[in-house]
Each structure stands twice: as structure tokens, then as C-alpha cells.
Ligand binder design. Structure first.
Ligand code: NAP
Length: 294
């Protein structure tokens, strides 16, 4: 049996949908908000739900729950590792962060979790997910559609850097493949071809400020010029936003890493793990701009 955590979230939901479409597998949903009938209650902040929720599970698709301060995330992820070991889970597939993000602030809990899982008694596969296309490029473009339509200018603290991004659905497709093959391998001969593997699922398309301006221009039907903001200007703007303090830290870190050119990846396991080419990113951005400007 496969259990997927965080199924009300975007990634967990897509993984659950993909696995549920495969007739030969028993798949169970895990979520904090379960009514106990269609899904199991799995809340990393409440270890008692994990002891019960992981019963009978062979393969756990452990979707990171990173929206919190680091100490909270470490406690959550440590609780998952402990509970999976106690419940006799045979294989854990963890959705981590791609190597290009090593110096981002969000890397700390991911790398800690990878180490914690490696010391556990079950087999592990690490899916080092690239940054979502639906994050920086799509969100930034959608949020900027109104101002860019008016001023013809797109501003963001990306400097001259680019971010390699991947469609969330591609990451879900890889997780589905790895989880399905692992469950089938365990049933057939007890070990998985994906055991002890770390897959770098970096995006194969890098997007920078000029690319977002170009997508805005296409979506809006008018010229749009990119101008970078400084990190200091961005910090001031974010300080007045409704974001949580830890989100401001992570956002500035993302921009700083982009400025430093660190988020442009040069190799990826994504194309070999997907059945077809990775989804095109520019289309996603232009569609988001069109939707935002309707
Ligand atoms: N690669 C990237 O660019 C990127 C960007 C942002 C975040 N991430 C990471 O990837 C994860 C999945 O991304 P996403 O797009 O699916 O995020 P999302 O749509 O915000 O979903 C996150 C899900 O995490 C689950 N969760 C939160 N707290 C939890 C807890 N205490 N115990 C168990 N589950 C908990 C929730 O699902 P339930 O309510 O169903 O339990 C929530 O819906 C995020 O949580 C974050 O760690 C990656």
C-alpha cells in the first residue's frame, strides 16, 4: 500500500491523482483535515496521527511541509521519520529541494531531512525537486500584469540571473512513476530499483527578468521592459506585506541566489524520468498573464 501525505496541497494532490489512476495499486490519501472516511488523518505536528496513519503502509510518499520556521519543519519531518520506522514502512520517497538551491535558506530543513531519513531503517528515495514554474515566474508575471499593462515596465530583484524551473505536474509525474515502480518492485522481489537514489529534478528551462517581461509583452500585447530592483528595495516592500517573517527571509534568499547566478541548473534527471519532454514553461507564464489581465 502507498500513502501520499499533504494531498490537499498542490503537489500531493497531483501525486494522489496520478497514483489513483493506476488500477493495480492500493493508494491511500493522507491529510491533516481528514474526516477519516476517504483519507487518513496525517498531521506531522501531531505524531499520534502518524503512528495510526502509517499502519500497513509499504511506500510512503512524504511531501515536505515546509511552510513554517525551520525548528517547526525539523520537528515535523523528524516525527515522520520516527513514525515511519515504528510503523514498519518499507520505503520512503521524500520530495526535497534540487541541488542548485543548496545555498537558499529553505535548503537547511531539506538537507537535514535527507540525512535523517538516510539513518532510518527503511529504504529511501530522494526526489530533489526543482523550483516550481508556478512559483517565481508564473506568480511574479501574474502579479505584475496590471502594473506592466499600465507602465510597460516589469520590476523584480532578479538582477541578471535566471532560475531553472519545472512544472509542478512534471514533478508529480516523476513521483508517481517512482512510487508505483517501488511498490511493484517490493511486491515482486522485496527491493526497489529506486532504493538509495537521489534524483535531481532540476528544471531544464531557466527564466530571468527579461524572459518574464517578454511573456508579459506577449500576454498583454504591448512592449514591456525589465528593470531589476535591489534586494534592499525588495526587503522594504516585503516588510510592509502580509507575508510571515520566515517567508520574507526565504523570498529574499531566493532573489539573492538568483542574482548570484546559483539557481541556473546545468544537469537534471528530469528528462530521463519523464515519459515525454518536460512541459514548456513559457506557455504557463503567458497563460497566467492572460488570465490575470482578463
Ligand atoms: N519546489 C518548490 O518550488 C517549492 C515551492 C514551495 C514549497 N515547496 C515545498 O513543497 C511542498 C509541497 O508543495 P505544494 O505546492 O504542494 O504546497 P502546498 O500546495 O502549499 O501544500 C502544502 C501541503 O503540505 C501539507 N502540510 C502542511 N503542514 C502539514 C503538517 N503539519 N502535516 C502534514 N502535512 C502538512 C498540507 O496538506 P494537508 O492539509 O492535506 O495535510 C498542505 O496542503 C511544500 O509543503 C514545501 O515544503 C516547494
Amino acid at each position: 500500500m502507498i500513502l501520499v501525505t499533504g494531498v490537499s496541497g498542490a503537489l500531493g494532490g497531483l501525486i494522489l491523482d496520478g497514483l489513483s489512476a493506476l488500477d493495480d495499486l492500493e493508494v491511500v490519501a493522507g491529510t491533516r483535515s481528514s474526516d477519516g472516511t476517504t483519507a487518513r488523518r496525517v498531521d506531522f505536528d501531531e505524531p499520534a496521527t502518524l503512528a495510526e496513519g502509517f499502519q500497513g503502509v509499504d511506500v510512503l510518499v512524504f511531501v515536505s511541509a515546509g511552510y513554517a520556521e525551520d525548528d517547526v519543519v525539523l520537528a515535523r519531518h523528524g516525527a515522520v521519520a520516527d513514525a515511519a520506522a515504528s510503523a514498519g514502512v518499507r520505503h520512503v520517497i521524500y520530495t526535497s529541494l534540487a541541488g542548485s538551491g543548496d545555498l537558499m535558506t529553505i535548503a537547511l530543513p531539506h538537507r537535514w531531512t535527507e540525512t535523517r531519513l538516510a539513518a532510518a531503517p527503511f529504504d529511501v528515495t530522494i526526489l530533489r525537486n526543482g523550483l516550481y514554474a508556478e512559483g517565481v515566474p508564473v506568480d511574479l508575471a501574474a502579479q505584475s500584469a496590471g502594473p506592466a499593462a499600465e507602465t510597460g515596465v516589469f520590476t523584480a530583484a532578479l538582477g541578471a540571473g535566471r532560475v531553472s524551473v519545472v512544472a509542478r505536474q512534471d514533478l508529480a509525474d516523476v513521483a508517481v512513476r517512482v512510487a508505483a515502480e517501488t511498490q511493484r518492485d517490493l511486491t515482486a522481489d522485496g527491493s526497489s530499483r529506486h532504493s538509495h537514489k537521489t534524483y535531481e529534478l532540476e528544471g531544464v528551462t531557466a527564466i530571468g527578468g527579461v524572459d518574464i517581461a517578454e511573456a508579459l509583452a506577449n500576454g498583454l500585447g504591448r512592449p514591456v521592459e525589465y528593470r531589476t530592483l535591489s534586494l534592499s528595495e525588495t526587503r522594504t516592500a516585503l516588510d510592509g506585506s502580509p507575508l510571515e517573517p520566515y517567508q520574507i527571509t526565504h523570498t529574499l534568499s531566493l532573489f539573492a541566489n538568483t542574482n548570484a547566478g546559483l539557481l541556473e541548473a546545468h544537469a537534471s534527471d528530469l528528462p530521463t524520468l519523464l515519459p515525454t519532454a518536460p512541459r514548456p514553461i513559457h506557455d504557463l507564464i503567458v497563460k497566467a498573464v492572460e488570465a490575470a489581465s482578463r
